[in-house]
Ligand binder design. Structure first.
Ligand code: ATP
Ligand code: MG
Length: 419
């Protein structure tokens, strides 16, 4: 993609009335635009990052036998009355049509998936199943000050599992713990994302959150020095400062953001909709459910909170919008032609390249933009590098640059991207 054509604009100034680091950097870099507090447009580069995150999540959910669907975001009030959450869920956006019929904008989808699953999961032979979607959710969050970490309109992956009994739910729940660790590792948050005991519901004493350590986090967690499992402060008093996983007593306090959670719903929702299946002996039994969420746009924000420096974003390779930022300082027609050829060669090799082909922009400004964008590898081509038929390669986040002969370009770029 040619940067001269890109539908975005970088900015030197921190955006006004934006206090979060993640949204400030993403707005300055032109990855997102803010419509109002908690509601953002994803511009081309931001959307590329989000799509990469979604595809990592999607691959892991599919591997866990999840089947993807897309449920409506507009919900009739009846479904929410059935679970008594029309009044109980304070962040629910409510609206009326011209005939005064009431609706909610989907804040979560138990109210939709449960009666939906009831149509198809009839007998023990239909169980277990796990169904998920990646979708825009709406919540009337009272304070939307954390940028993409807490939106009023945001993307979520929500998976719901359906089981014949609690033992089967327990087994799947354990599987999902491992699946979640894989997701957070792949998007670049491995080692700092801790499975965390949190308060449960009617059916289990605890639920589990996945909390990423960052000073921008809204939660306080205590990480066990012995086993790395954490406890959310909201429940610590009950646990009397002892790790519920291993009994360890050295618990280290951190700020953290909940990037996902898993929850045993039991029969809370199947009960509300009288969702039962026929067992082997023909008896009707309640379906047992679990739910598993990941905040996709929150992850995007969390990655920026964790991976940035004074100059801009430093994207982990797996979620970077493009791998290579080809920055051309060429002025003479012959040099520009060579830069174009390098762009063509990289693109033909299947490498995702953003090509800064802008003519009227100074070198200093181009480098500042490049650092702000944070693509993994910067390739500079200029009259000076072309004197020795070379380009300059520099990894984002490292200081040293190397010269690589143009004849060896693809090998050098591939090597740098891998290392
Ligand atoms: P929180 O405790 O942060 O308010 P939650 O417990 O209400 O979140 P869930 O309803 O379980 O969250 O949603 C699943 C996931 O969606 C969360 O783990 C989080 O990553 C993400 N999420 C929840 N609310 C928001 C929001 N307002 N903006 C962005 N992501 C969110
Ligand atoms: Mg929570």
């Amino acid at each position: 993609m040619r940067q001269s054509q890109l539908f975005t604009r970088t900015s030197k100034e921190m955006p006004k009335d934006e206090v979060s680091v993640n949204a400030s950097l993403l707005m300055r870099a032109g990855f997102v635009d803010k419509l109002f507090a908690g509601v953002y447009t994803l511009l081309p580069l931001g959307l590329r990052v989000m799509t990469k995150i979604e595809n990592i999540v999607r691959a892991q959910m599919n591997a866990a036998l999840g089947q993807e669907v897309l449920m409506p975001a507009l919900h009739p009030r009846d479904n929410w009355d059935a679970t008594a959450r029309w009044d109980a869920m304070d962040v629910l956006f409510k609206l009326k049509d011209s005939a005064d019929k009431e609706y909610a904008l989907g804040a979560t989808h138990e109210e939709i998936i449960t009666p939906l699953a009831q149509k198809f999961l009839i007998s023990y032979q239909d169980l277990p199943r796990s169904i998920y979607q990646i979708q825009t959710k709406f919540r009337n969050e009272p304070r939307a000050k954390s940028g993409l970490l807490r939106g009023r309109e945001f993307r979520m992956k929500d998976l719901y599992s359906f089981h014949a009994d609690e033992a089967d739910l327990d087994q799947y729940y354990e599987t999902m713990k491992g699946v979640y660790f894989q997701v957070f590792k792949q998007v670049g948050l491995g080692g700092i994302t801790h499975i965390t005991f949190a308060s449960g519901g009617a059916f289990s004493k605890y639920s589990h959150e996945f909390q990423t350590i960052t000073s921008a986090g809204e939660d306080t967690i205590y990480v066990c020095a012995a086993c790395q499992v954490a406890v959310n402060r909201e429940i610590i008093s009950e646990l009397k400062s002892v790790c519920p996983e291993c009994g360890g007593t050295e618990l280290l306090e951190h700020r953290a953001i909940e990037v996902g959670n898993i929850f045993k719903l039991g029969t809370r929702f199947s009960g509300a909709f009288d969702f039962r299946y026929t067992d082997e002996r023909g008896a009707l039994r309640p379906v047992v459910m679990g739910c598993y969420g990941i905040g996709i746009t929150r992850l995007l924000g969390a990655i920026v909170e964790v991976h940035h420096d004074g100059r801009g974003i430093v994207w982990p390779a797996a979620v970077a919008p493009m791998s290579v930022h080809l920055v051309s300082l060429a002025r003479e027609a012959a040099d520009v032609r060579q830069a174009d050829e390098i762009y063509g060669a990289l693109a033909r090799a299947g490498i995702e390249v953003l090509y800064d082909d802008r003519q009227a922009v100074r070198a200093g400004e181009k480098f500042a933009d490049s650092d702000l964008f944070g693509l993994p590898l910067r390739v500079v081509v200029s009259a000076k590098t072309l004197e020795s038929q070379s380009v300059e390669l520099k990894r984002r986040g490292r200081e040293e640059a190397i010269l690589a002969p143009i004849g060896n370009l693809l090998t050098a770029v591939t090597q740098e991207l891998a290392g």
